[in-house]
Design a protein around this ligand. Structure first.
Ligand SMILES: Nc1nc2c(c(=O)[nH]1)N[C@H]1C(S)=C(S)[C@@H](COP(=O)(O)O)O[C@H]1N2
Ligand SMILES: [Mo]
Length: 341
């Protein structure tokens, strides 16, 4: 086997994250794939990711400078920064932008944190969002039309990955409730499913056919109309960079990060509860609700504390990620549900 020079996005096996470890486990169960077969694929993935366009150009660039250059070509740049809504002020400093845009989970571009350059192959214009299922009528809207329809605001939210890393992030966007109202759900709609783009030509992860593509996850309609539920189109006062889910993603800050698909192209209103991407891979570890709770351990690690990106500071995990006042009432009576996994 030829020796490949280590590229920034190739991580040593020791850097394997908990979410990847699950995958190795479940893929091994299904298809008899070994851990090495899974993680040894890094060079092939890297070759694909590095093959084209912006991704190749981004190599070796400063991530902030690169982002600024991309924003210069963004038709929505004039909408940013938006005024901050102060009532969501936090108990912790905002995470450095550089940390948040270079440490990402976006399995379409690779199953490790160093995907920011690979993700530059995502072309975010033109971009259409479809709403379908139990709605008055299927609608498709262009992202720039949506951005003009809903007034943008900035909200600083806690963000907590199930792997126990965390951030404090200034998202720009609009309440998810506004998008739901625009979609005109029918009476029978109980669940709202978000679906990520699916284009194997630009994202090497799709070749890894043991993943249940496209990346999807869902919330109840009541969760979506809670005042905290948000649609992010920007972050740090600029349009979202591709690696953070440009041009549009849902944000539900009281839940673990995996519940929130990036770069969505479809929202479906459903009568039955669908099974999300991680729940399909490992239902015993990743459930439908996935609300943050320090006392409910992941089967393979404690959730009692979290590590802040950038500073490395450890903080105690907060129940509902600190948003109990807004969201706890959504769950009264659901005593038989696994609310925290
Ligand atoms: N399409 C897609 N969306 C995704 C993921 C992914 O792999 N693909 N990872 C999820 C996980 S596990 C987390 S923690 C967050 C990470 O968001 P960030 O990279 O912007 O911090 O995105 C979520 N949304
Ligand atoms: Mo995550």
């Amino acid at each position: 086997m030829p020796i490949h020079r280590r590229k920034p996005w190739q991580m040593p096996e020791s850097a394997v994250t908990p979410e990847e470890a699950v995958l190795a486990h479940s893929a091994a169960k299904r298809g008899g794939l070994s851990r090495r077969a899974l993680f040894g694929g890094g060079a092939a993935v890297a070759a694909l990711a590095g093959a084209g366009g912006y991704a190749a150009l981004a190599q070796g660039r400063d991530p902030i400078g690169w982002w600024d250059a991309q924003v210069g070509n963004d038709p929505s740049k004039g909408l940013y920064p938006a005024a901050r809504t102060e009532r969501f002020t936090l108990d912790r400093p905002i995470t450095e932008a550089r940390e948040a845009i270079t440490y990402n989970n976006f399995y379409e571009f690779g199953s490790h944190k160093g995907i920011w350059q690979a993700a530059q192959r995502l072309e975010t214009r033109p971009w259409t969002l479809t709403v379908d299922g139990l709605v008055a009528k299927t609608k498709t809207a262009d992202i720039d039309t949506l951005l003009k329809t809903f007034p943008l605001e900035e909200r600083v939210y806690r963000f907590r990955c199930v792997e126990a890393w965390a951030m404090a992030v200034p998202w720009t966007g609009f309440p998810l409730a506004a998008l739901i109202a625009w979609a005109e759900p029918q009476a029978g709609a109980k669940y709202v499913q978000f679906e990520t783009f699916q284009n194997p030509a630009i994202a090497p992860g799709f070749r890894q056919t043991w993943y249940p593509w496209p990346y999807r996850d869902a919330f109840t309609l009541d969760e979506c109309t809670n005042e905290l539920a948000f649609i992010a189109t920007g972050v740090y006062g600029k349009p979202l960079p591709p690696q953070m889910g440009a041009p549009i993603r849902p944000i539900t800050p009281w839940k673990y990060g995996f519940k929130q698909p990036k770069s969505i192209t479809r929202i479906s209103f459903l009568a039955e509860r669908p099974v999300g991407y991680w729940e399909k891979l490992q239902p015993s570890e990743y459930g439908f609700w996935a609300n943050v709770n320090p006392e409910v351990s992941h089967p393979r690690w404690s959730q009692a504390t979290e590590r802040m990106l950038g500073t490395g500071e450890r903080r105690p995990t907060l129940i509902w990620n600190g948003y109990g006042e807004q969201v706890a009432g959504l769950y009264t009576g659901l005593t038989r549900e696994r609310l925290f996994a």
